[in-house]
Design a protein around this ligand. Structure first.
Ligand code: ATP
Ligand code: MG
Length: 712
């Protein structure tokens, strides 16, 4: 039998064989959607489609690497362009920079750089922002960008003071970015979508170039992403999307389920394929998932079955404290490993990163190898950003943000007043800040010493710029010596500085590895782009034999034999900011659904009666989602909780518990969602605690279902 079709069921075969014309594959978790994408690419190649005519888009670097690998195995040497939306956007923008007013060497600002720029714009324009924080304003701008509302088309809404402020800040911010030849993450999509929209020649060119476009996890596309792929599928409408609306978990980033409806309107002749067999999970796991997601009102029901075994009942465990939870899970994993499982078979998921610390401790105590998947941390560290800012400036001298970051780091006696005068001068003459430094002598109000320091800084950057084409390790090494950055840290006695030094060494190692992969030098821009577009899951070593710990968002698309989802508690899962909003509540439910459907054989959900958060011990309220699961068929276990089992049996109890429950304050900075373009878009107003949570039908647990003994 043809190996390409040997491991596919008839519906999957139909989708894989499809060549010309639009196609939509809508199917539940574990039904082989991603498998269909990779097999279809192999099939297209076999049908004579050239590799460079194929564009496959996903959401994380990890997913795209994985896909690339699969395609490579099936069609060796094919070199199909598999990418994330943001990387693809960056690549197109480098090619067409001039069309949107950028230079090809533009800089990509991360969240922090964009925020700094926004603050400067607000300050410089003396814009009154009332009580709205820069983060709030940034979130509103991001939301507008994701809906393709450009600065010149942004209309303030009557009765919304925030939108009045945004109407003032957004154009100024955008102008500042362009002047620095910089983009934020959202711009990578917005500029491209906009360019395709207004410029039909470019659109037609790209439509011709990428004749076959495949999008996985389509349910998470936002408006800009939809317009991008739609515009490139007019003359060659061979757009194929695979997705599951029940797994849409990026509404906060503008993901829009309407894109699926729009797809069918835009392409009335679309072939719709449904996959109904789940190959991943046991029957027991699937039933729990299915029952939970049925509580969502805004959905189309799908049928999903599996020929897999019934499997053990899903466990629902109540622990007394978070420490018990961590210890209990570590015990089970240790026992599982002793019984022959590998560490890599296990995964622990949580809603927010802040929950991971205690779990980590539990695993460490048992000496269980684990890997924690965290965001862009490394490249966000101060010292790393400091050094990379020099690189940014070498690559793009117009980047004012990089000039501001480097001008007095390490300290070279250039004070705030001097910088303000330079900025003012740059603004008046319409030149970059670095150019203003070169002309420091002309700037009013600077004393001789300041002029000298500034001129020395400009000369330093000019010297470093000569290195632009060198190997990366050499560039970084020279920056560290010439700026005396390393010297400063070496001379310091402080523990923090020693850590910084270690991180800098790590950066040099990173650069060396990059050089090995990209010999010959001249790859500075590419290196920076990799650093900027890093994802949460990038650090994940798929090959290593370790327990995986990650957020529910990061778990999308993955699967593990044994899965633990922790902290099923009101305010955490569902997240507190969703409690007053039905739509967001449904998104939280989908997030729980994503977590549950990652499990192949064993699944345990848990919550702790008491949880320490922000240094305070609090009594928790169990998640309402637990009430929506078929608990009569689950194994209920209570461990260490003095009063025995106390998952409330109906909503009366939940409301009683509200009185002594508390607000979980979650730091947005640690609540990362595992995506490259990170911009929390939720409105702060929705942060109220759950008194208005929607009541669910009462259900009770038969006492016979409750076991109090720990069963490993
Ligand atoms: P998700 O919605 O979670 O992204 P998915 O629909 O993309 O899931 P895949 O990850 O493609 O599903 O497949 C789930 C699992 O089932 C994988 O381990 C895959 O290898 C396996 N699988 C898919 N199709 C088949 C098949 N026809 N026969 C055997 N195994 C299959
Ligand atoms: Mg998938």
């Amino acid at each position: 039998m043809d190996p390409l079709f040997a491991n596919l069921n008839p519906a999957q075969c139909e989708a894989v064989r499809h060549v010309e014309g639009p196609m939509l594959v809508l199917a539940g978790p574990g039904s082989g959607k991603t498998r269909v994408v990779t097999h279809r690419i192999a099939h297209l190649l076999r049908e004579g489609v050239r590799p460079r005519e194929i564009l496959a888009l996903t959401f994380t670097n990890k997913a795209s690497e994985e896909m690339k690998l699969r395609v490579e195995t099936m069609s060796p040497g094919s070199r199909v362009w598999v990418s994330t939306f943001h990387r693809f956007g960056a690549r197109l923008l480098r090619e067409y920079a001039g069309f949107v007013g950028l230079t090809p060497n533009f800089t990509i600002y991360d969240t922090d750089d964009s925020r700094q720029t926004l603050k400067r714009v607000i300050e410089a324009g003396k814009i009154r922002t009332a009580h709205y924080s820069p983060d709030r304003i940034a979130a509103a701008i991001s939301a507008a960008k994701n809906q393709l509302i450009t600065a010149d088309r942004y209309e303030p809404r009557i009765g919304s003071p925030l939108s009045q402020i945004v109407a003032e800040v957004y154009p100024a911010y955008q102008q500042r970015l362009l002047a620095s030849s910089a983009v934020d993450f959202d711009d990578l999509l917005l500029h491209v979508a906009n360019m395709l929209y207004v410029n039909d020649d470019v659109r037609a060119e790209l439509d011709e170039r990428y004749r076959f476009i495949l999008v996985d996890e389509y349910q998470d596309t936002n408006r800009a992403q939809y317009v991008m792929v739609r515009a490139m599928s007019v003359d060659h409408p061979n757009l194929a999307a695979t997705g599951d609306p029940d797994q849409s978990i990026y509404g906060w980033r503008g993901a829009d389920i309407k894109n699926i409806l729009q797809f069918e309107t835009d392409f009335p002749q679309v072939r719709v394929v449904r996959l109904e067999q789940n190959y991943r999970s046991t029957k027991a796991v699937l039933r729990v998932a299915d029952q939970l997601i049925r509580s969502n009102m805004r959905r189309k029901a799908k049928s999903l079955f599996t020929d897999n075994a019934e499997g053990d009942p899903v466990k629902l465990v109540q622990y007394s404290t978070q420490d018990d939870e961590a210890r209990g899970i570590a015990d089970q994993i240790a026992a599982g490993i002793a019984a022959g499982r590998r560490p890599r078979d296990f995964a622990i998921f949580y809603r927010v990163n802040a929950l991971s610390r205690v779990l980590e401790r539990g695993l460490r105590e048992h000496g269980i190898p684990y890997q924690m998947i965290r965001g862009q941390e490394f490249y966000q560290r101060k010292e790393i950003k400091d050094v990379l800012a020099y690189c940014q400036l070498i690559n793009n001298p117009r980047d004012d943000q990089a000039t501001l970051r480097t001008i007095n780091t390490p300290v070279r006696g250039i004070g705030r007043k001097t910088i303000d005068r330079l900025s003012e001068f740059a603004y008046q003459h319409g030149i970059s800040l670095l150019d203003a430094c070169r002309e420091a002598g002309q700037v009013e109000g600077l004393n001789a010493r300041a002029i000298k320091s500034v001129a020395q800084f400009a000369a330093l950057i000019d010297r470093l710029s000569l290195l632009a084409g060198a190997a990366l390790e050499e560039i970084l090494g020279t920056i560290l010596t010439e700026t005396k950055y390393r010297e400063g840290l070496q001379d310091s006695e402080s523990e923090d500085d020693l850590n910084r030094l270690a991180n800098i060494e790590e950066l040099l190692t990173d650069a060396r590895q990059f050089d090995e992969a990209h010999p010959g030098g001249g790859h500075l821009e590419e290196y920076l782009e990799n650093a900027w577009l890093v994802n949460e899951t990038d650090s994940w070593e798929t090959e290593s034999d370790k327990v995986t710990m990650m957020t529910l968002h990061a778990a999308k698309g993955l699967e593990f034999p044994v899965v633990f989802v922790v902290a099923f508690e009101q305010g955490l899962l569902p997240h507190e900011r969703s409690l007053n909003d039905d739509e967001q509540m449904e998104e939280e439910r989908r997030l729980a659904f994503v977590g549950i459907t990652r499990a192949k054989e064993h699944l345990q959900l848990s919550y702790a009666v008491h949880r320490d958060f922000r240094g305070q011990r609090r009594r928790t309220v169990p998640s309402p989602f637990l009430l929506e699961m078929p608990r009569e068929e689950m194994e209920l276990v209570s461990i260490g909780a003095p009063g025995g089992w106390d998952v409330p049996t109906d909503w009366e109890d939940v409301h009683d518990l509200h009185d002594d429950s508390h607000h979980f304050e979650i730091d947005p900075a640690v609540d990362d969602h595992g995506v490259e373009a990170e911009a929390p878009t939720e409105d702060d107003d929705s942060f109220a605690f759950g008194a208005n949570a929607a009541p669910a039908p009462a259900k009770s647990i038969p006492a016979s279902q409750v076991t109090t003994a720990a069963r490993l």
